[in-house]
Design a binder for this molecule. Structure first.
Ligand code: ADP
Ligand code: MG
Length: 389
């Protein structure tokens, strides 16, 4: 996670001038996100609790008369152009441009007259680390196109549209959490999302006021068989729900857990079910503590979530476990892997003035084991997608 050399919004605006020879009409930003707690609960119709990161993707944009979209990204220093034919059907634009074309496609499919546009994109959300650079890109583009076209689409409906762009046009099967978080999160809050009915509630999560911060550690672990393992976990959960006669594991409460486990013959399925049921409860417990402004007290829940992912769901890897153990040993109040597993990021709840020491301890533990050095960044809950002044 390299730190930007200059402000992302300035780079997007300057990129626009350089590419297109005029000033952009405006700039729209959308953040990355991290899930505080609630892992592998989404497809079990349970609960998640993401918050928005200070790292963000900014689109500087203006209309153009032709039904054409010309898009530059600082990332590859590449300009792509696509027209109406390319957004008539999903999948025609490939590579990173698919995330942009997908938004145009999804808007048009929903009946919105999308204006042609020129866009310049800059970002400091790390790509492919599980911090949702994809949803940040889609959501910033969506915000820009809505404003440029004077189109009305309520914040409640925007996540679904951006998700369709990614699921159908790009072809990446992801749940509703990423786009919901990126679009609907607020500074100083986490977003309590019920994945069954997609209802959301803003939960106060004012780390700064509590003298705390979250350290995000990119494990740099190579993703090992993540897709196949993910599919296997989903199958176990479906098998568990079906054996228990419920629509989804969300329908099993912790009070019913022992009785439910006694009905399952397969030891592995029992452990998978136990993770999901206890994880849903940990999200509810975290929400209750945050509502009571007891931010420090959520630490043990974060760590318990990690232990459950490590021992019951079996989705962690040595780099991830090392980061969690080292962070806790260095005084983190709680730490856990975040994201689908087999790599990705760890988050640690830390006293703000201990963040550097915890990061250093994790880096040292990595060096001792010969792992590729992790990257670390300290974050606070930040605003969701917005037009910049
Ligand atoms: P994550 O969302 O966890 O970062 P994904 O694999 O879902 O990982 O999305 C990463 C992809 O999104 C990149 O490979 C690239 O195609 C696209 N992307 C994200 N941000 C940008 C950007 N600023 N410029 C160009 N492409 C981007
Ligand atoms: Mg993504």
């Amino acid at each position: 996670m390299s730190r930007p050399t200059s402000d992302v919004a300035e780079r997007a605006a300057a990129g626009f001038v350089e590419q297109f020879g005029s000033q952009a009409a405006g700039r729209w930003a959308a953040p990355g996100r991290v899930n505080l707690i609630g892992e592998h609960t989404d497809y079990n119709e349970g609960f998640v609790l993401p918050f928005a990161l200070p790292m963000r993707t900014v689109v500087a944009a203006d209309r153009q008369d032709a039904e054409q979209w010309t898009v530059w990204s600082e990332l590859s220093d590449e300009t792509i152009t696509f027209g109406a034919d390319d957004v008539a059907e999903a999948g025609r634009v490939t590579g990173w441009g698919a995330y942009v074309a997908g938004v145009v496609w999804a808007l048009r499919e929903a009946g919105h007259p999308v204006p042609g546009a020129r866009m310049a994109i800059a970002s400091d959300v790390p790509l492919g680390s599980g911090l949702s650079s994809s949803a940040a890109l889609e959501s910033a583009v969506l915000a820009a196109l809505l404003d440029l076209g004077g189109l009305e689409l309520s914040p409640e409906l925007q996540p679904r549209l951006a998700q369709r762009a990614e699921n159908v046009y790009v072809g990446a099967p992801t749940g509703i959490m990423d786009q919901s978080a990126v679009i609907r999160c607020r500074a100083g809050h986490a977003l309590f999302l019920d994945c069954r009915d997609e209802s959301v509630e803003q939960i106060p999560f004012d780390l700064a006021a509590a003298g705390l911060a979250v350290l995000v550690i990119d494990s740099r672990a190579p993703h090992r068989h993540a897709d196949g393992e993910y599919a296997a976990r989903r199958r176990s959960c479906e098998a568990g729900a079906s054996a228990l006669g419920v629509a989804a594991l969300r329908d099993v409460s912790v009070d019913q857990l022992d009785a439910a486990l006694a009905q399952l013959d397969d030891e592995e399925t029992r452990r998978r079910v136990r993770h999901v049921v206890t994880e849903d409860q940990r999200v509810l417990d975290t929400v209750a503590l945050l509502r009571a402004a007891r931010v420090r007290d959520i630490g043990p829940l974060l760590t318990a979530s990690h232990v459950s992912m490590r021992d019951d769901f079996e989705i962690t890897v040595p780099e991830i476990d090392t980061a969690v153990e080292a962070a806790l040993a260095a005084g983190a109040l709680g730490a856990r892997m975040t994201g689908g597993g087999f790599g990705g990021c760890v988050l640690a709840l830390v006293e703000a003035d201990r963040a550097d020491a915890v990061a250093a301890a994790v880096t040292a533990a990595y060096a001792e084991r010969g792992f590729t050095a992790p990257s670390t960044v300290t974050v606070l809950p930040s605003p969701g997608a917005t037009r910049l002044p």
